[in-house]
Design a protein around this ligand. Structure first.
Ligand code: HEM
Length: 287
């Protein structure tokens, strides 16, 4: 399925210049937010691919987000409301990311799922709770996640994927693992089990457009666009939250060392002072 069928540009739905298409409207309205997150990810990614402990924090955030979205999607696919058929027609199982990310995280956390299974950072807990509530109150809002998060993997994700694959700094740190094991077990986030990723992307975007164009009301579309802006903002905040968490840990370690090792520094200073006083007393005594 999704083999390379050489789809003609004119046959692609929606056309790039179709300003009525929901996906194009989301892209237009989130352009500046996308530029912000693009710059931030590029900057942080350069650091993360040099250190797998930072890289795994980044993909862990995406794991929690995708998992919350996919639980909600599963709920909607099995439910029986006015949106169920729409979701069933857009849904492509090859797009799901939870299991792929789980495999990668098991690799980076040395098979210890208890180290990543539940979010611990406040922003991640709040955002995943929010996804659950917002999509169960208004199922159509899932469409924002189905566009922003999944299509990100076909553009920015491709760039990131090739950088991760080229990164020699990520894999040697993981003991006794070869480069092949690293590629097989640590880069699944970017892999889709289809013959041709481009066909999958085109078919996904086509079905998204065909299912939403006349079915959704203008009010629902506006809410989906606003939810999309919120997702970009939350991903940006999430990356900053990881950075702050790491800075706090580094500072905490510094303070800890100051408290524990400070004792030895004080002892050394006292010894020096005693030596100095002794020297003064002795030199006075012999003069
Ligand atoms: C390294 C960071 C990133 C880079 C370099 C990047 C780059 C790109 C590029 C080149 C495109 C194609 C633009 C076009 O076809 O006109 C794109 C599209 C897109 N990106 Fe990103 N991106 C990054 C991060 C993200 C993130 C973190 C998100 C989501 C939170 C995201 C969401 C999207 C979306 C929704 C689209 C539109 C896709 C479509 O309509 O087919 N991107 N990105």
């Amino acid at each position: 399925m999704y083999a390379n069928t050489q789809i003609n540009q004119q046959e692609i739905i929606p056309a790039k210049n179709d300003i009525g298409a929901l996906a194009n409207r989301i892209n237009m309205e989130t352009r500046s937010l996308h530029n912000n997150v693009d710059k931030l990810v590029t900057l942080k990614f350069a650091i993360a691919i040099k250190n797998y402990k930072i890289y795994r924090q980044g993909i862990q955030m995406f794991y929690h987000i995708f998992k919350a979205v996919e639980i909600a999607l599963d709920r909607e696919l099995k439910s029986n409301n006015k949106y169920t058929e729409m979701f069933q027609n857009i849904y492509k199982p090859e797009m799901l990311r939870t299991e792929k990310l789980f495999t990668d995280l098991m690799y980076y956390y040395h098979d210890k799922s208890e180290h990543f299974e539940n979010p611990i950072l406040k922003g991640q807990i709040e955002f995943t709770d929010y996804i659950k509530k917002s999509t169960s109150d208004h199922p159509y809002l899932l469409l924002a996640y189905m566009h922003v998060l999944y299509l990100a993997l076909f553009a920015g994700g491709r760039i990131m994927s090739s950088q991760v694959a080229k990164s020699l700094s990520l894999y040697p740190k993981i003991e006794n693992n070869s480069y092949e094991e690293f590629i097989n077990q640590g880069t699944n986030f970017y892999k889709f089990d289809v013959e041709d990723m481009e066909t999958l992307r085109i078919v996904y975007k086509r079905d998204y457009e065909l299912q939403t164009r006349n079915f959704l009301s203008e009010e629902e579309k506006i809410e989906i666009i606003n939810e999309s802006k919120y997702i970009f903002q939350k991903v940006t905040d999430g990356i900053k939250e990881i950075e702050n968490h790491n800075l706090e840990t580094i500072n905490g370690t510094f303070t800890y060392h100051l408290i524990t090792k400070g004792y030895y520094i004080l002892l050394a200073l006292l010894t020096l002072l005693i030596c100095f006083i002794l020297k003064v007393v002795i030199s006075r005594f012999f003069h």
